[in-house]
Design a protein around this ligand. Sequence first.
Ligand code: GCU
Length: 344
Amino acid sequence: MKGRLTTLLLGAALLFATTGCTPGEEQTVIKLGHGMDVTHPVHRAMVFMAERVAEKSNGQMRVDIYPSEQLGTERQCLELLQIGSLDMTKVSSSVMESFSPLYKVFGLPYVFENDAHRFDVLEGEIGKRILLSSEPAWLRGITYYDAGSRSFYTADRPIRTPEDLEGLKIRTQESPVAIAMVNQLGGAATPISFGELYTALQQGVVDGAENNPPSFHTTRHYELCDYYSLDRHTSPPDVLLGSTHLWERLTEQERQWLQEAADESAQYQKKLWAEATEEAMKTVKEAGVEIIEPDIDAFVEAVQPLYEQYRQEQPAVYDVFQEIRNMNRYAEATDGAESTADDN
Ligand code: GCU
């Protein structure tokens, strides 16, 4: 009995020491699971968010982060949110396509003119509309993290033109748009989860994949792929989400702390992203990966039928695509300049 009491007291003391909460005051614990490695800039941004939540709430709220697919793949984490077994997750917008179709617009190739255009869309009305579009599926988007642009990397055969993809097995995310795009370019799209890709490349299950520089780097896929071809075909952002069950459980004040901390972490993440991209490119080059700057116009040309397909089959997605494209000032601003030159 005495032992139990000591343990209880010790537990209470520990709680007080680690949270700053007064005993008796209940702490709100939020569980967040995701698929990135702990060195990845998006993981580090979420750690920053957790710190800001603790500060703002004076320890009354705590976000516990489970990285590296410990709790499941991106798709599985979303399903855990839907049934209320997990509170928050971070996934690629491409994986959201199957939960809320409007996300497809971010997966279409060459939808943004440049970084400024992308951030204006994500941080503006369209971005917010899409974040909230998944609420009927119990998923509330909280903020976006930048995920740069995705490009092809291959083990043995370099991609210099779209024709080079012919017959290559290319890993894609679980994303209808990514699958359609790779197939349109002549590759054989092979959806595999992020965590299983290293082994799949190693065993030759796929000939290559596509991703942004920090992910190519932190996954160590560059150990297996000698060519990185910067065609920058898509720029789907990452999305931080909470389940609607969590949102209902939180007080108005707690929601505000969480939202503010998330927004601050998204701004902070832009800086982390730029640094990580630079470091990634440097490391992969040093490791002997050949960096290819292909003629992007050839890729733009090759994906044109995809837009027509979406116009016919998914008019709601196509309307948002048009809305984004019609933000004309970006087209003017980049006139004559290389639109995505510094946007890896
Ligand atoms: C990006 C994205 C991840 C995603 C990964 C993938 O790195 O940020 O959320 O898991 O691509 O290709 O699966």
